[in-house]
Design a binder for this molecule. Structure first.
Ligand code: GLN
Length: 290
């Protein structure tokens, strides 16, 4: 039967996703079938006559049905690439976005300079989720150490697992904390991709985001800025004199977040756009005394 070959299963998967209105049906079908069957992206194209047994066919069917119901590809597979890492995802974690790599890449030179200057760089990642930002920095900056804080115990379990998988567990610590509440000590870099979506907008987000990313990681309160206010209020007490605070922000939050930080004695030293040309990452330093 035609459907039992890889080519047949793939074609059927593509059709099912297209019929369900999935925009990138062909690509999603390829990535899902390859991921479920553990085939390379080459094998998926060149090995079309491979015969799939019933277990393989039903595993693919389950994955394709989940995608048709709008679950994102990498949630179905349970992991995704971020920076140089492979990160496990769980229901408690936001799926890391390529836009967030901009924040990581912006911080690397600062962190490297700190390690070169003092021999260390202590990073605090607030709302760490999968651990993406902190773990990517530890991977890229040898000599840096990090604490990932999160309100969600489930997220911290995933972050710890990701530190293990990616070989940086010896430099990473996970702490259950409501922002700074359970955090001790001072840091060279405090970084966060906090929830920043305006509460009334959360319900209007794409199904892929709204139904599958945790609301806790999206809902930034009435004006989307609650998290920045909370972090700005505590950052001074947990930052070394020459330390930095860095955020991911929503596309229209640059001025508002800069104002919140200025009020707490910080100056913006860098603003970076994402690949789509939206304001996405801000870096602040303590304002020097006049
Ligand atoms: N960038 C996320 C989105 O696509 C939002 C993440 C956040 O609130 N930090 O909606």
């Amino acid at each position: 039967m035609n459907g039992a070959t890889l080519a047949g299963v793939l074609a059927a998967a593509r059709r099912q996703l297209a019929d369900a209105g999935i925009a990138d049906a062909a690509q999603d079908a390829r990535v899902l079938v390859a991921g479920i069957l553990k085939l390379s992206s080459t094998a998926i194209l060149t090995d079309g006559s491979r015969v799939l047994d019933e277990a393989a066919q039903s595993a693919v069917a389950v994955a394709i049905a989940r995608r048709a119901a709008r679950e994102p590809v990498h949630r179905i597979l349970g992991h995704r690439a971020f920076s140089r890492l492979d990160l496990a995802l769980s229901p408690e974690t936001l799926e890391p976005r390529p836009d967030t790599e901009v924040l990581v890449d912006t911080l690397v030179p600062y962190a490297q300079k700190m390690v070169a200057g003092t021999g260390s760089c202590r990073i605090l990642d607030l709302g760490t989720g999968t651990g993406a930002i902190c773990l990517a920095l530890l991977d890229l900056v040898s000599g840096a150490t990090g604490v990932g804080a999160d309100l969600s115990a489930g997220a911290l379990e995933t972050a710890r697992r990701n530190a293990d998988i990616n070989g940086v567990a010896d430099r990473f610590e996970a702490v259950e904390s409501d922002w700074f509440a359970a955090v001790t000590g001072v840091f060279d870099i405090i970084v966060s991709n906090p929830p920043y979506i305006v509460r009334s907008v959360v319900g209007t987000l794409d199904d892929e985001v709204r139904l599958f990313d945790p609301i806790l990681a999206l809902d930034g309160g009435e004006d989307g800025l609650d998290a920045y206010r909370a972090i700005a209020a505590g950052a001074g007490d947990h930052l070394r004199e020459s330390g930095l605070v860095a955020y991911e922000i929503g596309y229209d939050q640059k001025d508002a977040v800069t104002a919140i930080m200025r009020e707490k004695g910080f100056t913006r030293i860098e603003a970076v756009m994402d690949l789509g040309g939206n304001d996405r990452a801000l870096v602040f330093a303590k304002t020097p005394a006049p």
